[in-house]
Design a protein around this ligand. Sequence first.
Ligand code: COA
Length: 279
Amino acid sequence: MSGEKNTGRDRGEEWWRTGIIEMRPGVIRLRGYEIQDLIGRVSFPAMIWLMLRGELPSEDEAALLGIALGAAVDHGPQAPSIAIARMAATCGVGINNAMASAINVLGDVHGGAGEQALSFYGDIAAAMDGGASLGEAVSARLDRFFAEEKGYVPGLGHRFHPIDPRAPRLIELTREFAARGVVSGRFADIAEAIETDVATRKGKSIPLNIDGATAVIYGELGFPPPLTRGLFVLSRSVGILAHAWEQSQESDRNKGPLPKEWLWAYTGTPARPFPGDSD
Ligand SMILES: CC(C)(COP(=O)(O)OP(=O)(O)OC[C@H]1O[C@@H](n2cnc3c(N)ncnc32)[C@H](O)[C@@H]1OP(=O)(O)O)[C@@H](O)C(=O)NCCC(=O)NCCS
């Protein structure tokens, strides 16, 4: 580009490029829509959809997205993210720091099962597109999964709940939306077929959990797996904020992960004299 054309504005336009937002004094446009046309007419879930997908969802699609987002907001301080938000709040940091600390631990193991579940469902859907029946596709994917010695199928089982009370309700609602033609119901079929096949293999029921059920909804709505993790973070951030705020209103300072009368197990070298010190 010529030196003559290299104005401040050109430099800015070269530096950041985005299809999401236009902004200049007096103008804010998201995905081509004036912000003032969106305000008051577009719900928060619909705004999330517009930002991520580039188009407005139907009212039903936004409602179903809102249902999934609302279901996973909190699971209490047994969840590391929530405990971390509360501990951080007792350290005198700002609410944003408490939230960021909590969100930072939402990874493959805590909060990542939805993304893994949706990838798993996607593999099965792809096999069905290639001509396999639902049962064949599920069985082949599970054979491969267990052959790789991965014991825990993502989206099934729960440490605390024999039946995760959120999952059956979410599947019931997905079925209602499918009956009205909002979504196909395909991912609900896949998740339920996985549940049935795993129960046969293990000789006991290992029911769908919140991550498996929200992955069904996000899949039905056409979100790709990595966004599922991001959507979980948005959802759980509500609980994280509530806990950080509640804790910040209390007088505890430097609250640790255990009551002070409980200590950890020391597994190192037993107590010994410092070299050169006499016994
Ligand atoms: C969440 C989880 C850690 C809870 O595990 P848990 O109830 O403590 O389960 P345990 O490790 O005590 O396992 C109990 C039995 O159920 C089986 N089991 C539990 N979850 C399973 C799963 N997702 N897939 C296959 N088998 C599972 C175990 O293999 C074990 O079987 P065994 O008795 O034959 O050895 C586990 O279910 C899991 O990792 N699920 C997948 C990840 C996931 O979806 N996480 C989100 C949770 S909301």
